[in-house]
Design a protein around this ligand. Structure first.
Ligand code: DAT
Ligand code: MG
Length: 148
């Protein structure tokens, strides 16, 4: 079963959006397999956002993601990587549709509430950066037969 990495960013934690965000993915039919509130270190931030290190906003991005606790999660489900990106919404909140997390809660690209892996390769890489294998729990829910 496919897995993705999702993370409520420091703005989402400060704005008390963890519960709402978890509910959206639960209600959709995905399954939580790991989660923790944590402080991202400078080193982890630079690794996580490594693909953006030449971009002019890289410094701000690292400062922002380390500015307060984040809520890191791993979710499982059929096509969860691409579907979670749909629920998250476009990167720039000026373009993210109402009904998406960013569309409903965010105003500027620098404070866009949530991260979601953008591909199977990113998902594997990001899950490995944030979680140990022992922190992820696979289990069956009887409800899953009503979803897929
Ligand atoms: P996403 O988070 O949708 O995967 P991304 O990987 O292109 O988007 O960029 C990572 C984060 O960097 C994004 O969530 C917010 C920030 N960011 C992206 N483009 C930016 C820009 N032009 N100015 C400031 N921050 C930006
Ligand atoms: Mg990205």
């Amino acid at each position: 079963m496919e897995r993705t990495f999702l993370m409520v960013k420091p703005d989402g934690v400060q704005r008390n959006l963890i519960g709402d965000i978890v509910s959206r993915f639960e209600n959709k039919g995905f399954q939580l397999v790991g989660a923790k509130l944590m402080q991202v270190t400078e080193e982890l931030a630079q690794q996580h956002y490594g693909e953006h290190k030449e971009r002019p906003f890289f410094g701000e991005l690292v400062d922002f993601i380390t500015s307060g606790p984040v809520f890191a999660m791993v979710w499982e489900g059929e096509n969860v990587i691409s579907t979670a990106r749909l629920l998250v919404g476009a990167t720039n909140p000026t373009e993210s549709a109402p009904g998406t997390i960013r569309g409903d809660y965010a105003v500027t690209v620098g404070k866009n509430i949530i991260h979601g892996s953008d591909s199977p390769e990113s998902a594997v890489r990001e899950i490995g950066l944030f979680f140990n294998e022992e922190e992820l729990v696979s289990y069956d829910k009887t409800m899953s037969t009503w979803i897929i």
